[in-house]
Design a protein around this ligand. Structure first.
Ligand code: ZN
Length: 130
């Protein structure tokens, strides 16, 4: 029997929420141009990832909250820990952080929607029949 994969670790590895084995994205998160290309269905259990129309529209709001958390965290750190006074530094650092974190934000906002709002249950022994 295979060891059970936790919900959090399978979410961070962008695995299927039903079987936790198939991958949701075709390429690595670090691929410069194809980090966002998703699989339509799970290669292992056959789950169609967009379980209802517009599910991933909600991921935009999750992604927005990630961006706000990033901006506030950087502002707090730069203002209260480093004591930076120059506005140009804030703009440069925050814009750089948002661009660099865009692939992770894109992926994890979708995974967040799939794991927490889609209603898909973990079924480790699910058998895919074609
Ligand atoms: Zn699956």
């Amino acid at each position: 029997m295979e060891p059970e994969v936790s919900k959090i670790s399978s979410m961070f590895s962008c695995s299927c929420p039903r079987c936790r084995k198939g991958k949701m994205f075709k390429h690595s998160m670090f691929h410069p141009t194809k980090f966002y290309v998703p699989q339509d269905d799970c290669a292992h259990c056959g789950l169609h990832y967009e379980v209802e129309p517009g599910l991933f529209w909600g991921a935009m709001y999750v992604s927005y909250s990630f961006a706000v958390a990033t901006i506030v965290s950087i502002w707090l750190f730069m203002n209260f820990i480093l004591g930076v006074q120059n506005l140009a530094y804030y703009i440069f650092i925050i814009c750089s952080a948002l661009v660099l974190s865009a692939p992770a934000s894109f992926r994890y906002s979708r995974m967040f929607m799939l794991y927490w709002f889609s209603g898909i249950e973990y079924q480790p022994n699910y058998q895919h029949t074609k």
